[in-house]
Design a protein around this ligand. Structure first.
Ligand code: ATP
Ligand code: MG
Length: 336
């Protein structure tokens, strides 16, 4: 089957103050219909840039240096602006952090969803209304009829986000992009929306690209994971394998930030990763994570480290993948 989303050796830069910042570097990902791929990584590592590239929706100062994005087999770069606009409504949809920003405050939510159905399927009023109720059920809104005539400001943040998800799914897209869809919600509501995604994962045909800085969130909803650092994918593979047996010290460090997952209770509470990601304008020569890495050797800084297969369907950009999991345990972090 044709993958729903293919990102093929994508390199993308932003122009800022006369400089080109390589925000996404040589990223390749493939996502089959119905699968969920999580993108993890700290702030600024290029997650949203990748999402915008997948939507063909980049700001004016961005430039694709190399590679391409294909949605359901169609290369975005080859589409006319008009064809791209059509594809964006129909084949690829996105949900962001702030649901209110995605809704028109002046129009009842039922009408906003119905409008999408009319636009994409040429439905009449009655059919669009039925489809809307159906979509609201799909996102587990308990009394959909009662919600149709409500305005966005009358709904809680969690309800608003459900409406936005219903609207995104209404055209039955091949790809649904979720950029931190639960980050702005309080903990209880976040758990409810994550439970919804766990359900949607089984019931919708869309492939989902789920972006979060929080591995604990991704763990609950993803089949596969890609971990980004300073614009590169440093590790990717089946979600469970990556979490149980990280083969890159950055994944291992992110994993240690999940409370109650790591059995190493010594640190108590939340672990943090010392140091900060490098400036895109001054990337280190070898492995980009080496300056923060507890197991780095001189070899790591000598030349760029390629993404290599380290376990069945698991790839890592680390020269010492077998040591990655132990990377910051005090017993293993050799004094240097
Ligand atoms: P966050 O978790 O904070 O949302 P992110 O992983 O989504 O971060 P991006 O927003 O993709 O990261 O940013 C990647 C890099 O590109 C950052 O260094 C950021 O400063 C830079 N960047 C993002 N948008 C632009 C822009 N429009 N112009 C210039 N630089 C940008
Ligand atoms: Mg972002």
């Amino acid at each position: 089957r044709t993958p729903a989303l293919e990102i093929d050796a994508l390199t993308l830069s932003y122009r800022r103050r006369g400089q080109r910042l390589p925000a996404v570097r040589n990223v390749s990902l493939s996502l089959a219909p119905g699968r969920t791929l999580g993108i993890a990584g700290e702030s600024g590592c290029g997650k949203s840039t990748l999402a915008m590239a997948a939507l063909g929706y980049l700001p004016g100062n961005a430039r694709i240096e190399q590679g391409e994005v294909r949605i359901a087999g169609q290369s975005l770069a080859r589409l006319s602006p008009e064809a791209l606009r059509r594809l964006r409504g129909r084949q690829v949809a996105a949900v962001y952090q702030q649901p209110a920003a995605a809704l028109n405050p002046a129009i009842p939510v039922g009408e906003q969803i119905a409008e999408v159905c009319r636009l994409h399927f040429g439905m009449g009023r009655a059919a669009a209304r039925n489809a809307t109720v159906e979509m609201l059920r799909k996102v587990q809104i308990p009394a959909p009829q009662a919600l149709l005539h409500r305005y966005p400001h009358e709904l809680s943040g969690g309800m608003q986000q459900r409406v936005v998800i219903a609207m995104a799914l209404a055209p039955d897209p091949a790809v649904l992009i979720l950029d931190e869809p639960t980050t702005a919600l309080d903990a209880t509501v976040q758990a409810e929306i994550l439970a919804l995604f766990a359900e949607l994962r089984r019931t919708v045909s869309a492939a989902m690209l789920f972006i979060s800085h929080d591995l604990a969130v991704l763990r609950q909803v993803c089949d596969e994971l890609a971990v980004m650092y300073a614009g590169e994918v440093v590790e990717r593979g089946p979600a469970q394998a990556l979490l149980e047996q990280p083969m890159h010290p950055y994944t291992a460090a992110l994993r240690r930030c999940i409370p109650n997952l790591d059995s190493d209770k010594r640190r108590g509470g939340l672990a943090t990763i010392p140091g900060t990601p490098p400036e895109l304008s001054a990337l280190p020569g070898g492995c980009v994570f080496a300056p923060r890495c507890p197991i780095a050797t001189p070899q790591c800084t000598a030349a760029p480290v390629p993404l290599a297969t380290v376990a069945p369907s698991q790839q890592s950009r680390c020269l010492l993948p077998d040591l990655a999991g132990q990377a910051v345990r005090p017993s293993r972090a050799a004094p240097r």
